[in-house]
Design a protein around this ligand. Structure first.
Ligand SMILES: Nc1ncnc2c1ncn2[C@@H]1O[C@H](COP(=O)(O)OP(=O)(O)O)[C@@H](O)[C@H]1O
Ligand SMILES: [Mg+2]
Length: 251
């Protein structure tokens, strides 16, 4: 099993407020890692450190190292455009561009220099198939993405993320705005996606973490309390706080 990210001694501050404390973690390649914990414990903040999205927030300071394939992504020379191509992100609310389905998907590849129409057509078909949206959309590729249902929009956003061939996909509560049927469609996709991609998913739904993930990290007040195989976290946690959380005693 290969390590994709190696996080060491990570601290993050919003101004004077310390949101992440001394985090050490490894994230494994072609696995699904779930981040769980009560609201405000730092899950989204941690997720954003993995592709340096926190850089866009003023007054953030970060200490420690995060290595992606053994190179520190916080090194001054690290190419941010390259990083965000390799580490894509899907958000809580589906956020397609107000463009056609086709144009949503080719947006990233075009920025990265793909011009050939046949290649772009191929990317659209490949990614829509990867998210099981091809059959529903192949006859309306040049219609607005905003005409899709919420669940379809979220699958389109995943396809848009896959279009630039990332290695890692970060997902921040990707199903919390969706109905149960759309949620289970997306959960069903995740396992297939791990053939090619490494996935890190924030979820406040513990059942979801249990269903979809290989590894689970339990966050509390900016710290990682416990990080292990999902079956260990859910059936035999080592820390009393983890046990209290997963048995529903708080959060
Ligand atoms: N942009 C920000 N500026 C200041 N504080 C923030 C910002 N974003 C998050 N926080 C604070 O950092 C802590 C962790 O937030 P967050 O990572 O969003 O938690 P979670 O995703 O687990 O709900 C919270 O106390 C939150 O209020
Ligand atoms: Mg969050």
């Amino acid at each position: 099993m290969e390590t994709k990210f190696k996080i060491k001694n990570l601290n993050l501050y919003y101004g004077n407020f310390q949101a992440l404390m001394n985090i050490d973690m490894e994230i494994y390649e072609n696995k699904i890692t779930a981040l769980i914990g009560p609201s405000g414990c730092g899950k989204s903040t941690f997720l954003r450190t993995l592709n340096r999205m926190n850089d866009l927030i003023p007054n953030v300071s970060i200490e420690g190292t995060i290595k992606l394939d053994n190179k520190d992504i916080y090194n001054k020379d690290y190419d941010l455009i390259e990083l965000r191509k390799r580490v894509g992100m899907v958000f809580q609310k589906p956020n397609p561009f107000p463009k056609t389905i086709y144009d949503n998907i080719v947006y990233g590849p075009k920025i990265h220099g793909v011009k050939d129409k046949e290649k772009l057509d191929y990317i659209v078909e490949r990614t829509l198939k990867e998210v099981a949206l091809w059959d529903e959309t192949k006859d309306r590729l040049h219609k607005s993405a905003l005409g899709l249902s919420g669940g379809q929009q979220q699958r389109l956003c995943i396809a848009r993320c896959l279009a630039v061939e990332p290695e890692v996909i970060l997902m921040d509560e990707p199903t919390s705005a969706l109905d149960p049927v759309s949620t289970s469609k997306i959960e069903g996709l995740l396992e297939e996606l791990t053939e090619k991609y490494t996935i890190v998913i924030v979820t406040h739904n513990m059942q979801q973490a249990g269903r979809v993930s290989d590894y689970t990290s339990f966050f509390l007040n900016g710290k990682v309390i416990e990080n292990d195989k999902t079956e260990v976290i859910f059936s035999n946690p080592k820390d009393k706080k983890t046990e209290d959380y997963i048995t529903g005693r708080f959060g």
